[in-house]
Design a protein around this ligand. Structure first.
Ligand SMILES: [Zn+2]
Length: 61
């Protein structure tokens, strides 16, 4: 089953947060929640979303 993975460090954060979800939209929700609580980012700007999008990797494992 394919999974989508995200590492906070991949967008240049000094942070060890990693998340994986089967559904890309669910992963985005997790990332937004993490950004809010861990990085005080209240809103995912289009620029940040672009960074996040390119950092999300699809994995078969
Ligand atoms: Zn983080």
């Amino acid at each position: 089953m394919a999974k989508y993975k995200f590492k906070c460090a991949d967008i240049g954060m000094n942070c060890s947060f990693v998340a994986s979800e089967k559904n890309r939209d669910d992963l985005m929700v997790k990332i937004a929640d993490h950004a809010k609580h861990a990085h005080q980012i209240e809103e995912i700007t289009p620029e940040l979303k672009g960074k996040v999008d390119s950092a999300i990797k699809k994995s078969m494992f």
